[in-house]
Design a protein around this ligand. Structure first.
Ligand SMILES: [Zn+2]
Length: 450
């Protein structure tokens, strides 16, 4: 049983060509421009990471130790931080590069993470003043054709004053820039085997971008039947990343480093936003556990057709959902037209109904909500998007995505289909905005002097 589900999930995740909301920053600008705590916060001076680390080495060491203890108690399947990776504040005497590396390795993120001083400007805002910055200076991943539109990065100088909204929104996209790459024992990296996370629980260890999946997806709400067969599905770590960056953000704010307060808050946000995507919060939206298992059994008996079809369909639907959202948000930015999607991102009317943010919110509220919507969102897509893209296992959307104008294709299905699909995406974006703001409210309150 274990082996057969293992095989399925291996294929499932490696087939997924796109990884969540394509550019978190574009959505985050809309979600936070309506939150006074962010939009009206005074500009803050940009500060290099090494300067923050040198100034706060001792409190950071204490915080990371406390976070490791917390995670051992609260995160299932959390492997304790290996003793050799504990952050030693004395490393500061060896210079800024050694300090930076020690910090990144104590967090167990890629030591190649750039964490440069930059912003991704709001396309709705005035043209940026600063110098453009090359992809490789900001992003540790090679430039690839992801969503048809290149990111724009603008350099910040140390000490330059920058709006918190820009820092927060820009950083919310950053965990997709290679920070969670190759962290596994079987990763082709020098750091992975040192990190103690074990072998990659699902996905292909040699597909670099896919290796971040267990940090950006989480299967918290599958049926006990699925867990009994495939316990490794519980080895996902968005909760860990959220806890790490949220704590660092509060520490930075409290110790007078507001730039890193906003920056770490943005990194924390990413993991919350990823889990508002039903295809990140569920193993196989639209498939019942019984059907999943039947498909696996048939595959085991030498009839892999159903399984192969399912993998393609899940991958295509995952991609179509993200592609549509991304195309829409970019098109609206060009014309500065607030469609239902932007209106939903700005809509604060449901924020309070979730109650105050807690350590359990990501698992029990955010990902539960997204998991619960998987079936409905999938049915909606199947009903509104041309069948060939979402209901034909003979077509690989990922391979052809570059040449497909999805918005135009859906528009051709008629205004009703278009409105239904966009309404469905707007619902997800309302959740994206509400949970994002609730987390930042909690950080700002947690960082206030007591
Ligand atoms: Zn992500």
């Amino acid at each position: 049983m274990k082996r057969l589900l293992l095989a399925a999930t291996l294929a499932l995740t490696t087939a997924a060509p796109a990884w969540a909301w394509s550019n978190h920053a574009l959505a985050a600008y809309r979600a936070f421009e309506v939150l006074p705590e962010v939009a009206q916060a005074p500009a803050v001076p940009a500060e290099p990471l090494e300067a923050f680390l040198a100034a706060q080495a001792q409190p950071i060491a204490q915080l990371l130790a406390a976070q490791d203890a917390w995670a051992q108690q609260h995160i299932a399947h959390y492997p304790p931080l290996p003793a050799a990776l504990r952050f030693d504040p004395a490393v500061a005497s060896q210079g800024p590069q050694a300090l930076r590396k020690a910090f990144l390795m104590a967090l167990r993120v890629s030591p190649e993470s750039r964490l440069a001083l930059y912003v991704q400007p709001d396309p709705w805002g005035p043209a940026p003043q600063g110098a453009p910055m090359a992809h490789d200076e900001v992003n540790a991943l090679p430039l690839r054709e992801k969503d048809g539109e290149k990111h724009r990065f603008v350099r910040l100088q140390p000490g330059e004053r920058v709006a918190p909204l820009a820092v927060l929104a820009s950083a919310s996209d950053e965990p997709d820039y290679g920070m969670d790459l190759n962290l596994w024992e079987d990763s082709p990296s020098t750091w992975g085997p040192q990190y103690g996370f074990g072998k990659i629980p699902f996905g292909n260890p040699s597909l670099d971008f896919a290796t971040q999946a267990p940090f950006h997806m989480a299967y918290h709400h599958e049926s006990p039947l699925i867990y009994a067969a495939a316990g490794f599905l519980k080895r996902t770590y968005p909760l860990l990343r959220l806890h790490q960056y949220q704590g660092l953000s509060e520490l930075a704010f409290q110790s007078g480093h507001p730039y890193w307060g906003w920056r770490f808050a943005g990194l924390a946000l990413h993991y919350v936003q990823d889990l508002t995507q039903p295809y990140h919060a569920s193993l196989a939206p639209g498939y019942s556990p019984a059907r999943l298992i039947a498909i696996q059994l048939l595959a085991l008996m030498g009839l892999p057709g159903g399984k192969n079809d399912m993998i393609v369909l899940l991958s295509n639907r995952h991609f179509v959902l993200e592609r549509y959202e991304s195309q829409m948000i970019q098109a609206n930015a060009r014309t500065r037209r607030a469609s239902p999607l932007e209106q939903a991102l700005r809509d604060t009317s449901t924020d309070a109904h979730y109650g105050p943010w807690t350590d359990a919110s990501l698992r029990d509220t955010v990902s539960r909500e997204a998991h619960g919507l998987g079936e409905a969102v999938t049915a909606q897509m199947v009903a509104t998007v041309p069948k060939g893209y979402v209901d034909d296992p003979g077509f690989d959307f990922g391979v052809h995505a570059g040449g497909i104008d999805l918005m135009a294709e859906v528009a051709r299905q008629g205004p009703q289909a278009q409105a239904a699909l966009e309404g469905s995406i707007a619902t997800l974006m309302r959740h994206f905005g509400a949970h994002s703001r609730n987390l930042v409210r909690a950080i700002v309150q947690g960082a206030a002097p007591r």
